[in-house]
Design a protein around this ligand. Sequence first.
Ligand code: C2E
Ligand code: CA
Ligand code: CA
Length: 629
Amino acid sequence: MLIEPVGGPSGEPHDSVGDLPDAHVRLLGEQLKAQSEQILATTVVRSSGLALSDAVEERFRRMGEISTLAVASWMAGGSVEEAMDVGQEVWQIFGQLAAQHAAPLAEVTKRVWRWRDAAVEVLRRTASREQVPTRALEDALAMLETTLRLTLVQMCESFDAERARADEELERRQHELTFLATHDTLTGLPNRALIVDRLGQMLLRARHTKSAVAALFVDLDNFKTINDTLGHGAGDELLRAVAARFDGVVRDVDAVGRLGGDEFVIVAGDMSPGAGGELVAERLLESLRQPIPIGEDETPVTVTASIGVAAGDRASASDLLRDADIAMYQAKLSGRNGYVVFENAMAEAVQSRMELELDLRAAIDKEEFFLVYQPTFDLRDMSATGVEALIRWRSPTRGVVQPDGFVPLLEETGLIGEIGRWVLLHACAQAAIWHREGYPVGIAVNVSARQLDSDQICADVRRALQESGLAAASLTLEITETTLMRDTEETIRRLTAIKELGVRIAIDDFGTGYSSLGHLRQFPVDALKIDRSFITGLVHNEQGESLLNTLVQLGKALSIETIAEGIEAVGELELLQANECDGGQGFLFARPLDADAIKAFLKQCIAGETSVRAPTEPIPRAHTASPKP
Ligand code: C2E
Ligand code: CA
Ligand code: CA
């Protein structure tokens, strides 16, 4: 209890209210109790004005009730302590209401006054009705007044305590929120926002102290594999462990942050001018050298990182981070598990790459792509067997760009999906036109690995056949050998679905990958296009010829047609024929041509006047060629 028990209600104890209240006061107390409903009703009627929620009004009613009962039982002979015990609940509710901003303190105070006024009225009415002596009435009123004062004092204390508690809680929550907004929840490290902020401060300070600042952009090399094979739980554990290792090797003035995923950033300040952060990079790489035990069985997991380092002054923290990011990309390209220091030329390369990407995106809408077609031949009779569609880009600023200059970027950005679909539709439509014009030529379309990563390719092929009306057997998809080394199961499934439509499948650039016979057998393959590197310089190269012979024999063993790419010399052609290669393609016969030129070429073929110098007599098989097992 916060207050001393009072000797008398008004502070000036009256004789009769000391130990035992006289019978009149007792009577007043009993009447007060009996009319507590009445007091409540009066208080409520008078309290109109400020609109408070029903829940709050209900609490006011409850407080009025308790207060009346408390003071009434005191008058009726109960002890002050008892009354105060009952009153305590009231004070707490008052305090809470005010502290929680459910009702303003002034409003709470007013309500207490109104309750007092209502009680005074009841006491006076009762006194005159029951002819209670003035002294007893005064005593009763004094007791009421004391209760009122006690209530107000206690209420204020309760209010203060409650306010302090609420403020503390608010501060704690704000702290929590700020932490959440500036830190990564998984590792507890600063997040991008905070790291950029720190880096900005470091840059400012470095300008004054003439010291250097470095930013290191770290990307784990094999995190995705670990995540996929060991599960996300293990992945999270690994990230926390990596965070701890990095944190353990940087100086106190440095900061480690996580940007998300498996990307970390380290900002190092106060370095001697000219220091580039290489040492920090080495320490970070070193910290990962020991395997990290993961899971209950502590499976040792080795993780490596690619680090980009950028040091020196920049206009902003983001600029320094961006340069570190560019350098990290270079570190990935140059074999991972190492670091690369940023150089301006890297930014230029990134810049021109970005421009190329922008131009390529626009090129789709502006219809700047077009196709050329290169014929393929049957090497036995030199008849044309089909054409391969090859993409070109007529850029308003760069001129006609060959596929090597933009297809890799299309693949990297995923734009190849859309362009690849365009090629399929366009090539099939063109082939259908030739068919209608009386040239039933086959058409081959190149398909990137990336296109085979989704079922979309099956839909695209179906659509191209449907819209053009081209017979499925006239279409061949060329897929590079390296594509088949990727996610094998899904690739087999998609290729089989396409094959079931009646479309042919050819393996492009064959011999450059590492396909084993067994591996190749898994795929529904119709033709192997032997890579140009096997054909170039074939003449006077016995080893090359025997290799070629092996590839051709492999095809025959698997009943797969073999086609030689890039035939440029008559000698090459003769050797290919001698080794019984089925088909061929190359500048010797024809370069890639536009659709009109192909039509003229096909017309010529039918007339039997191709420019191909087909040998008239069969060439004897080269005796030097010995097939390898
Ligand atoms: P590829 O599929 O191996 O196409 C054959 C490439 O060799 C073509 O180059 C062709 O012009 C060239 N070539 C043909 N005969 C000879 C020859 O006798 N000597 C020499 N030196 N080269 C010859 P191109 O058109 O520059 O295409 C390069 C690569 O770009 C293609 O290689 C293919 O992988 C890719 N590509 C072309 N068009 C497309 C397409 O529509 N989609 C996809 N995904 N890739 C395409
Ligand atoms: Ca090809
Ligand atoms: Ca090829």
